[in-house]
Design a protein around this ligand. Structure first.
Ligand code: HEM
Length: 149
């Protein structure tokens, strides 16, 4: 199995990076939609329904599959021989960043359901602030995996 993973390594890594890009596109865009949804849209209006549809499609059609693909290809890289040395610091900081990013994804999913139920209580400012979190996590993850301290 590890020989097989080693033989497909360039493919796994390419697919990992492609999935990450798709996932991050959604992670940054969905909270922006929430900001506009909160600040510009009246509950129950036609625009409200349109925003809910955009948010649902973004999460279900792009973000969920991209997150799963990132995890699958990322774990294949973890099990590829010679890639991860757990005695170093970077795999742990990367893992912490990735787990926090996954938590943020699920937090966004719950907030989407709030809009559907008409029970969103967060302000646009709050969504803007939360949007800083994936930026910080992205920096942590990329520095971990590239600098390899
Ligand atoms: C979801 C769980 C994830 C796992 C298990 C995982 C695992 C890995 C591993 C083991 C590598 C090393 C490959 C190598 O050195 O050849 C890697 C590479 C990489 N990962 Fe992840 N990763 C995950 C998520 C992410 C996320 C969320 C991002 C960005 C936000 C990311 C960005 C990258 C990048 C840019 C590389 C290429 C680094 C390089 O070639 O120098 N990964 N990943």
């Amino acid at each position: 199995m590890t020989d097989f993973l080693a033989s497909i390594y360039p493919w796994t890594k390419s697919l990992h990076i492609v999935s990450v890009i798709a996932w991050m596109a959604g992670i940054f865009y969905l909270p922006r939609l929430f900001v506009y949804h909160t600040e510009q849209v009246a509950a129950g209006s036609q625009t409200d329904a349109m925003f809910q549809e955009m948010e649902r499609k973004l999460l279900r059609a792009i973000m969920n599959p991209a997150m799963i693909a990132t995890w699958v290809f990322g774990l294949c890289l973890v099990f590829t021989p010679g890639i991860v040395d757990w005695s170093m610091v970077w795999p742990w900081t990367k893992a912490a960043g990735v787990l926090a990013m996954t938590w943020f994804h699920h937090w966004l999913g719950k907030r989407r359901k709030d809009f559907v139920a008409g029970s969103n209580v967060l302000t646009g400012r709050r969504y803007r602030m939360m949007n800083e979190l994936p930026t910080l996590l992205l920096i942590l993850i990329v520095f971990s995996v590239v600098i390899r301290f």
